[in-house]
Ligand binder design. Structure first.
Ligand code: ZN
Ligand code: ZN
Ligand code: ZN
Ligand code: ZN
Length: 213
């Protein structure tokens, strides 16, 4: 996925700690400001950048020393330090040790940005961003940061979706914009999937009735 980078990245920081981490699962959503100059020019987005990954904050948390990072970035930062046998301290230079208690998934003393700094959270939520699929898949949507995930999951015409009848056995996958075409072209296939299912239910039902009777 395309990642926004300012011209000068802090050289002491790892290149891309947060995205596509092993294990798949929920990938960190990387959102790109609609107006890229917004960060350089000190606009609303400028205060909302994670200094580890240099992207707009994703799932942001505030540390006890009041610095804000993507939750994945700061967790990764700490686990990298721990596996190197170093003490993890804040990437912003504060010397207090950062720890993750065993059994916990979040950094000790970290709070979600929405609680710790509602004003900054509101600023971030309002930053205009591109569709997460803009670069690779050509969606032109621009909207508030807070609406981007919903856009991708429920509206984006370029997002890959399963056939609405996937639960009934259709295995087709296509871009959301092609759904109407699929429903037309696969109408017969869908009818036979559904009627096969009805037949199966019907024979189950009559078998049950026989047992009862
Ligand atoms: Zn980050
Ligand atoms: Zn700090
Ligand atoms: Zn989109
Ligand atoms: Zn289908």
């Amino acid at each position: 996925m395309y990642r926004y980078r300012p011209a000068v990245a802090p050289s002491s920081l790892p290149a891309s700690p947060a995205v596509n981490s092993a294990g798949g699962g929920s990938r960190q959503l990387v959102l790109v400001p609609a107006n890229r100059a917004d960060i350089e020019s000190g606009g609303a987005a400028a205060g909302c950048v994670c200094s580890i990954c240099t992207n707009l904050l994703s799932d942001p948390v505030q540390t006890a020393c009041k610095h804000v990072f993507c939750s994945r970035c700061i967790n990764r930062w700490i686990s990298d330090a721990v596996s190197d046998g170093r003490m993890a301290t804040c990437p912003m230079g504060d010397s207090r040790e950062l720890t993750v208690s065993s059994g916990s998934t979040s950094v000790d003393g970290c709070r979600p940005l929405s609680e710790a700094n509602p004003q900054l959270f509101a600023q971030l939520s309002g930053v205009n961003v591109q569709c997460p699929l803009a670069r690779l898949d050509g969606c032109n949507w621009v909207g508030a940061y807070s609406a981007a995930l919903r856009h991708q999951q429920t509206e984006c015409p370029r997002a890959w979706v399963l056939c609405p009848l996937s639960a009934h056995g259709c295995t087709e996958r296509f871009r959301r914009s092609a759904c109407a075409d699929h429903m037309t072209s696969a109408a017969l296939a869908h009818v036979s999937l559904l009627s096969a299912k009805l037949d199966a239910w019907e024979s189950e039902r009559s078998a049950m009735l026989k047992q009862v009777g």
